[in-house]
Design a protein around this ligand. Sequence first.
Ligand code: GDP
Length: 451
Amino acid sequence: MENTIAAIATPLGVGAIAIIRVSGIDAISIVNKIFKGKDLNKVESHTINYGHIIENDKIIDEVLVSVMKAPKTYTKEDIVEINTHGGIATTNKVLELLLKNGCVPAEPGEFTKRSFLNGRIDLEEAEGIMNLIEAKTETALNLSINQLSGKVSKKIKNLRDDISKIIANIEVNIDYPEYEDIEKMTYDMLIPKIKEIKDKINKILEDSKSGKIITEGIKTSIIGRPNVGKSSILNAMLEEDKAIVTDIEGTTRDIVEGKINIGGFILNMIDTAGIRKTEDIVEKIGVNKSLKLIENSDLILYVLNNNEELKQEDLELIQKLKNKNHIIIINKVDLENKLDTSLLNSEYIIKMSIKENKGLEELKQMIKDIFNLEKIELSDMTYVTSARSIAILKQIKESINDIETSIKNNLPIDIIEIDIKNIWDKLGEIIGVSYENELIDVLFSQFCLGK
Ligand code: GDP
């Protein structure tokens, strides 16, 4: 990397100190130009140096400057961190001086990107750092720490190692037929191996759903006809958790968003209850829009009034919930029952009375059960969470299906090998490595060829 980058690393505002971070080949010499104190070009690595930032002999701030020389740094480049006394004006001034003297402003995430490009961390770990910065709950924080420590990468690496052994075996059979003591890869050997890889990929993909829940929360919509008690239910849930309700900008309280914390997991409520009471919600937003909401949510809470008969539109919408995570809430059970529950045909039904404070705990428990939240909490938190990695894993799944078809059709193993290599490459993409040389290494190390 030729550029030396600089950025304010702490949140901008009035604080006790602010840190400006500089990374790159000229980091030390550029900071030295605006620093009065020891000659930074001559100080030892990993030292903190007292002095002043100056502009034309005028003191801008009294500072502590950390000098960390490559390669034992975050980016594997020379890094200098300037600790100023905070304050927006001073911090900006120091950054401005750095830019004047040859630094370029860092793009968001560029320090981490350099860390990856310079080989200190892999892509999964880089994404872990990004998640750490954005972690909203403690569970999400734990997940990102695991990602950071390379647990996810390790899972992928292990899988990749398994595959490289298969490839190496096939290649040895083809390229070195004279090594007769090496077993020939046959369909019978290949089929269980491919099945095992498929199961592992499926497991990672299945687990990634939990990862998504941890980092992004459960997108929840609460729908039903007016006056069934949607707002009351939402408020009751919010009140218990003292969550914040925010109006979505640009709407006049039509849709309200709330975040509810259920055992460390965030329920992102999209509440159509705010839609004006005098109008019929299903009519106003239309069955089509309700369907869209149903489609785009991770969880639907469909609210009915125990004191009213079911309407055709309710039945139509409930029909659509079948293949979605949903809970049908029959509210107002304190009133006379007029609703025929036998028509509902769902195992996820909660009877509730907000008036008598009944059913809320059951509702929360059912949500936990549907998403297996208690199990997620207890497991080891090694989930692939980035959309990029998940997309690649889905491609891999398709490649595996292709391989299975090829085997069924008796295609030659060296043709099938192309697809196997493709999977190995794609796994490499997830963690950001993909070198043919690696394969050669396995080939030689596993079978000691050419010794
Ligand atoms: P929404 O239009 O679906 O959001 O319904 P609201 O939450 O505004 O409730 C409509 C009316 O039903 C209000 O007067 C509530 O006080 C009342 N309500 C809500 N839940 C219950 C309940 O469990 N029992 C009874 N009897 N009334 C309820």
